[in-house]
Ligand binder design. Structure first.
Ligand code: FES
Length: 188
């Protein structure tokens, strides 16, 4: 007499048990890891953003820097320090210097703004009151009041910054820094 063949049900039972166990492990792992991954992403979020930025600009990146009435009507340049609270990853530092700029009031209450960094190698230019010009103390780059160079030392003129005046007479500047030593004004 031939031994009876095992039924197909008894063959597939261990496999079904294995599949069920494997699925449970997979689902359990997913449920357990989801909050962990979300938490890590939340924790690292400031690191994934720019390392530092400044609070207080309007939606377009302009900072309130001066009153129009503070500027001399004859176009004499005045230097202003742009300050704001700095956010660096999870830290916030109050009232930090963003940069320094020269402002000039022009006819029709137009305002022009220069970054005061010399485009030669990055020193700060100084307004020469008696000469109606800007001079860099490091290597003698010189510029007219409109920012154009008057010698061949700097590779370009002073860097203009975007600025605007609001209805309350506040002057706003979009501060940027630029590459030194190159002929083209390139933001860094
Ligand atoms: S850095 Fe200004 S002249 Fe060189």
């Amino acid at each position: 007499m031939e031994p009876a063949a095992p039924s197909s049900d008894s063959e597939s039972l261990p496999r079904r048990n294995f599949m069920a166990a494997a699925s449970s492990v997979l689902i359990g792992s997913f449920v357990a890891l989801t909050p962990l991954v979300t938490g890590i992403a939340f924790f690292l979020n400031p690191l994934l953003k720019r390392r530092a930025n400044f609070k207080g600009s309007d939606g377009e990146g302009f900072f309130d820097i001066a009153k129009l009435s503070d500027l001399p009507d004859d176009g004499t340049p005045l230097r202003f320090v742009l300050r704001a609270d700095k956010v660096d990853a999870w830290n916030e530092f109050k009232d930090q210097t963003i940069g320094t700029v020269y402002l000039r009031k022009m006819p029709g209450d137009q305002v022009i703004a220069f970054n005061d960094t010399c485009p030669h190698l990055g020193c700060k230019v100084e307004y020469q009151e008696g000469h109606q010009s800007f001079l860099c103390p490091c290597h003698a780059s010189a510029f007219k009041l409109d920012g154009e160079p008057t010698n061949k030392i700097p590779p370009r003129g002073l860097d203009h910054l975007e600025c605007k005046t609001d209805s309350q007479g506040q002057v706003w500047v979009k501060y940027q820094e630029f590459q030194c030593g190159v002929a083209k004004q390139e933001a860094v």
